[in-house]
Design a protein around this ligand. Structure first.
Ligand SMILES: *Cc1c(COP(=O)(O)O)cnc(C)c1O
Length: 391
């Protein structure tokens, strides 16, 4: 059975992760429609940007049509040029790496670390120290001769990557950092919200993310020039609005007021949603604690994950593999999902020289289980019983 985020849910079916619409969405959208402010200018766009910036503790926010577009813009404002290289997590959704290709640059895939499954700073350090050198004032990949310009560290499954270590590494090698925080809105890194203190962080409001606007994204930054440039590039790089003079090639990447209206209503309930995700994860952790062969993604002492997508390793002595368990759950009308194919193996990004054994091993063993904000306790118990029946 297939299930797309945002589609209606069939009775008796427990979907993986569906939107939760129960706040002021209807009221705000009606206000947009009644006022005629439906497109990419309007008070809800400004309000949504302010709400996200204030919530995460960033100075500025620029809304975008989706998270992938926000990442593309972040790369451009960070000065990534065609034929540059950008270090990026191998274990992530393909949009992270695709955005690098949209900028004409090339991804260099970095393995996941085995503890919390995030961007492996040690693997990145080894690449920069051993496989790159300074030439004509630029850091270059010895094998390709290309300039290495930035690090795109991805927070996967609602857990932050180790920002301090990533920022220190970037500083040491003169690189920019773009945080793909599309899965970690609401998470804490060392007592601060993900998105605070960032030169460039991006969020997504796709249908399966913790908040949704149907589709949408946000670029946040503490850098005023980068904010101005992001705004310019997302609105077709318009220099003279009256005479329609454009200084360069821009993009039609602005979020509409209708979507932003949904976003404002969603933001009002973000803390509740995060609490619900954590409650769901805590119940799974409790139920699986003593089950040999089930090992949920751990949380670092320095982090507070949102548990956006509850994911566990399934390995011997559990009687089924992660894919067998997935199929078993499918027969019970329960939707589960493996992690993404590690991107160094993706046909879309071949050829790459990367060697990412941790990403491959996690990919083979991991399985995400139903964790919608609105997951009913009875449905979660049904999922738990179905998993335990297979052990
Ligand atoms: C969802 C997601 C994106 C892209 O966001 P969209 O809004 O779907 O374009 C990028 N990176 C990661 C890791 C994601 O999970």
């Amino acid at each position: 059975m297939r299930f797309e985020p945002g589609a209606p849910v069939e009775a008796g079916f427990v979907p993986l992760c569906v939107p939760e619409i129960r706040g002021n969405e209807w009221t705000y959208v009606k206000e947009c429609l009644d006022s005629g402010w439906v497109s990419s200018v309007g008070s809800y766009v400004d309000r949504f940007e302010r709400m996200v910036a204030d919530y995460v503790g960033a100075k500025y926010a620029v809304a975008a049509v989706n998270g992938t577009a926000a990442l593309h813009i972040a790369l451009l404002v960070a000065g990534v040029q065609p034929e540059d290289e950008v270090l990026v997590s191998a274990l992530t959704f393909i949009a992270s790496a695709n955005s690098i290709r949209y900028a004409g640059a090339w991804p260099v895939f970095i393995d996941a670390e085995p503890e919390y499954w995030q961007f492996d700073v040690q693997n990145a350090t080894a690449f920069l120290e051993q496989e790159c050198h300074l030439q004509d004032g630029a850091l270059r990949n010895k094998a390709t001769g290309r300039r290495v310009k930035a690090i795109m560290a991805v927070d996967i499954l609602g857990h932050p990557a180790d920002r301090d270590a990533i920022r220190a590494l970037a500083q040491r090698f003169g690189l920019e950092v773009i945080e793909d925080a599309t899965e970690s809105l609401g998470a804490d890194y060392r007592e601060k919200k993900v998105g605070s203190g960032s030169a460039a962080a991006c969020f997504s409001f796709n249908g399966n993310k913790i908040l949704t606007t149907g589709g949408g994204g946000m670029f946040v930054t503490d850098n005023e020039q980068w904010m101005t440039r992001a705004r310019y590039l997302t609105t077709q790089a318009k220099d003279d609005p009256l005479e329609y003079i454009h200084g360069e090639i821009g993009y039609n990447y602005r979020l509409t007021n209708v979507q932003a209206a949904i976003g404002c209503a969603q933001m009002e309930l973000l803390d509740e949603y995060v609490a619900a995700k954590r409650r769901i994860a805590a119940r799974y952790l409790e139920a699986f604690r003593d089950i040999p062969g089930l090992a949920p993604m751990p949380e670092a002492a320095w982090a507070r994950s949102t548990s956006w997508m509850f994911t566990t390793l399934v390995e011997p002595p559990f009687s089924l593999s992660s894919r067998e368990l997935l199929r078993h759950l499918q027969t019970q009308k329960i939707q589960a999902r493996p992690l993404w194919q590690p991107l160094h193996l993706s046909p879309a990004h071949l050829p790459t020289r990367a060697h990412c054994p941790v990403a491959e091993s996690l990919h083979a063993r991991a399985l995400s289980l139903p964790c919608s904000v609105g997951l009913r306790p009875a449905d979660q118990e049904r999922v738990i019983a179905a998993v335990l029946a297979a052990k």
